[in-house]
Design a protein around this ligand. Structure first.
Ligand SMILES: [Zn+2]
Length: 208
C-alpha cells in the first residue's frame, strides 16, 4: 500500500496545532527545547556511559509521546526516531535494543513504544535491533512513585537476559522517557553481566 492510501485511511494532523498532513509541523518543531548534552546519571554502580536525551519532557514532546503511547499512532514512533537521529549525537554501537514492557502491559497496549522508536532507528542507521532483555516483574509505572529511594529499589531484579549474543562490544538501550536513569541502568547492569563493554542509553525525553 502506498503512503497515499495510508494517508486516506489515517489522515495526519500536527499533535500540537492540528495542522493537516503532518504529525508535527515545522512551526511546532521549532518550539522544542532540544537537549544539548548527554546526561550522566547520578547513580551508584552506574553501568551506562551516558544517556543521550533528545529534549525535555514538556509541551510538544510530551504530546508526541502520549499520543504514541495511549492513542497508538505508531507513525509518531517513526517521526520521533527521525527527530532523534537528526538532533542528537547518535553513538556508533554494535546493536540497538529497547527497554522491554512486561508481557501483560504489552498485551494491553498492543505494542511497546520504545521498541517502535528503536526499530525505526535501526532502519535509519542500519544497526541491527535485537530484543536482548525481558521484563519479569509487572511493576507500577515509574512516574507514579514519587519517593526517590522507593523508585530506586522497586526496580531491582526486574529485568533478565532474553537473548545472549557473544562478543557484543557496545549496545544502545532505547526508552521513551527517563527521570533518574534508574530503569536504563537496571537494563545496562544485565548487559554488563553478559559481557557487553560499553552501554549507552537514549531517550526521547528527560522529565522530573
Ligand atoms: Zn503544529
Amino acid at each position: 500500500m502506498t503512503n497515499f492510501f495510508v494517508d486516506l485511511i489515517f489522515p495526519k494532523f500536527c499533535v500540537n496545532c492540528n495542522k493537516f498532513n503532518t504529525l508535527l509541523c515545522e512551526k511546532c518543531f521549532e518550539k522544542i527545547n532540544f537537549y544539548p548534552f548527554p546526561l550522566k546519571p547520578e547513580i551508584d554502580e552506574c553501568c551506562l556511559e551516558n544517556i543521550i536525551v533528545m529534549a525535555e519532557y514538556e509541551s510538544i514532546v510530551k504530546k508526541l509521546i502520549t499520543t504514541l503511547k495511549y492513542q497508538g499512532i505508531k507513525n509518531i514512533g517513526q517521526t520521533l526516531a527521525r527527530m532523534i537521529y537528526y538532533t542528537t549525537n547518535f553513538p556508533r554501537v554494535d546493536m540497538i535494543t529497547s527497554v522491554p514492557l512486561h508481557k501483560k502491559r504489552q498485551r494491553q497496549r498492543g505494542f511497546n513504544q520504545a521498541t517502535e522508536i528503536a526499530l525505526e532507528l535501526s532502519k535509519i542507521t542500519k544497526i541491527p535491533f535485537t530484543k536482548l532483555l525481558k521484563r519479569t516483574k509487572h511493576s507500577h509505572p515509574q512516574a507514579k512513585i514519587s519517593d526517590k529511594n522507593k523508585r530506586l529499589t522497586h526496580l531491582k531484579n526486574t529485568f533478565i537476559i532474553n537473548q545472549k549474543i557473544l562478543n557484543l562490544k557496545s549496545v544502545l538501550i532505547i526508552d521513551d522517557v527517563t527521570t533518574t536513569g534508574t530503569t536504563l541502568n537496571e537494563c545496562a547492569q544485565i548487559l554488563k553481566q553478559v559481557g557487553v563493554k560499553k552501554i549507552y542509553g537514549l531517550t526521547v525525553a528527560h522529565g522530573n
